[in-house]
Design a binder for this molecule. Structure first.
Ligand code: NAD
Ligand code: MG
Length: 391
């Protein structure tokens, strides 16, 4: 029986993970669930899974949760704050930590899991984008296992030689390049002028995937693919030029590995996050995820097209930050988080997201990113500059 901590249990990935766990009560037990403020969903999840601990980042939400759980006669202990998130991530009571908090807020608890040598199911790509070098050093030094849940990275993981994946380094090992597929999001067929006028409601309505708000906007700008290029650089130890992005509107091929001998291996499936979640949970075995079998006749065709950096300037900015190195990618990520939030609140236009990030990258001087202090300081400075630019 494996014991699981789920960081961000009330979100899109969190709910899909619990759906998979509920199918295998003989294999997994839930040790801890965590969320920011979603008390009502957390109450339901605690009733169903009876975790030892439930953490709400927000103290008032934790107080509310404690009252609700007590009235239902549950013995789940309720905690609050960042230190409680770290505590359930590095506890001796847990084997698997699912990192499904959105954004930079996920970094410290996920890092705590790495330092404690856990099996980390990584959905929170922002942790690697902010501090990839530092994070991978902690994974290696503490013998942690980092299992990608992001569907593209999970696809690549599955296409790499079995048993070799945890080396996290494929440069010079027969891999010519990896190809990340991208649906292109809801605005893939819009012309550049039309992008100036799109609304938050249109941006969060993804054609193929159902996801949280922030990643949905990132998918519309294709910053999500940019963050994934950076994530792939750290997970697979490849050079920037070995990581390609291609548009594939059906989201059936989740990514590919191109080997030196000309073989290209692809992983396919219906676009449902329960597949990569189940794969990461049970690796190197396979378990049922609840996902319907792929009906290739119904899919009928697979299309591919170039990912145009002019149409998707955020993708170009991510490559640029990765090349610049150091804390550039943390600066990119922080400016993006501020800009996406401002767009969701209708304070800026869709096209201002890329403008804001480009501005912050152009005025800040990145540091080496060798320490957590540097990463957090540059994250903070980037947010400040992005907010000033938006005002
Ligand atoms: P979401 O917004 O649906 O859920 C986020 C979760 O994190 C919630 O449980 C929320 O309570 C919690 N949370 C939010 N802010 C927090 C904070 N400051 N401190 C602690 N907890 C906080 O997001 P999601 O779509 O599930 O995405 C989660 C992560 O997974 C993101 O990093 C995203 O990029 C990645 N991801 C998501 C998908 C997807 O299909 N949704 C696919 C690939 C990768
Ligand atoms: Mg993805």
């Amino acid at each position: 029986m494996q014991s699981v901590t789920l960081l961000g249990s009330t979100g899109s990935i969190g709910v899909s993970t619990l759906d998979v766990l509920a199918r295998h009560p003989d294999k997994y037990r839930v040790y801890a669930l965590t969320a920011n403020r979603s008390v009502a969903i957390m109450v339901e999840q605690c009733c169903q899974f009876e975790p030892d601990i439930a953490v709400m980042l927000d103290e008032q939400s934790a107080d509310k949760l404690a009252v609700e759980l007590k009235s239902k006669g549950l013995t789940t202990q309720v905690l609050s704050g960042l230190s409680a998130l770290e505590r359930v991530a590095d506890s001796d009571e847990t084997d698997y930590v699912v990192a499904a908090i959105v954004g930079a807020a996920g970094l410290l608890p996920t890092l705590a899991a790495a330092r404690a040598g856990k099996h980390i199911l990584l959905a929170n790509k922002e942790a690697l984008v902010m501090s990839g070098g530092l994070f991978m050093r902690e994974v290696e030094a503490n013998n942690a296992t980092l299992l990608p849940v992001d569907s593209e990275h999970n696809a690549i993981w599955q296409c790499l030689p079995v048993g070799e994946q945890q080396k996290y380094n494929y440069d010079g090992k027969g891999v010519r390049r990896i190809i990340l597929t991208a649906s292109g999001g809801p605005f893939r067929d819009y012309d550049l002028a039309a992008l100036e006028h799109v609304t938050p409601e249109q941006a969060v309505a993804h054609p193929n995937w159902s996801m949280g708000q922030k990643i949905s906007v990132d998918s519309a700008t294709m910053m999500n693919k940019g963050l994934e290029v950076i994530e792939a650089r750290w997970l697979f130890g490849l050079k920037t030029e070995q990581i390609e992005v291609i548009l594939h509107r059906q989201s059936i091929i989740h990514s590919m590995v191109d080997y030196d001998d000309g073989s290209v291996l692809a992983q396919m499936g219906n676009p449902d996050m329960r597949t990569p979640i189940a794969n990461a949970l049970s690796w190197p075995d396979r378990i049922d995820s609840g996902v319907a079998p792929l009906d290739l006749v119904a899919v009928a065709r697979l299309d591919f097209a170039e990912a145009d950096h002019q149409h998707f300037p955020c993708l170009a900015l991510a490559y640029q930050a990765l090349e610049a190195g150091g804390t550039s990618t943390a600066i990119l990520n922080a400016a993006n988080e501020v800009a996406v939030e401002a767009f969701l609140q209708s304070k800026i236009k869709f096209t201002d997201i890329a403008r804001t990030i480009a501005h912050v990258l152009s005025v800040m001087t990145p540091s080496s990113g060798d320490t957590l202090e540097q990463v957090l300081a540059d994250d903070k400075q980037s947010r400040k500059l992005a907010e000033e630019f938006i005002r």
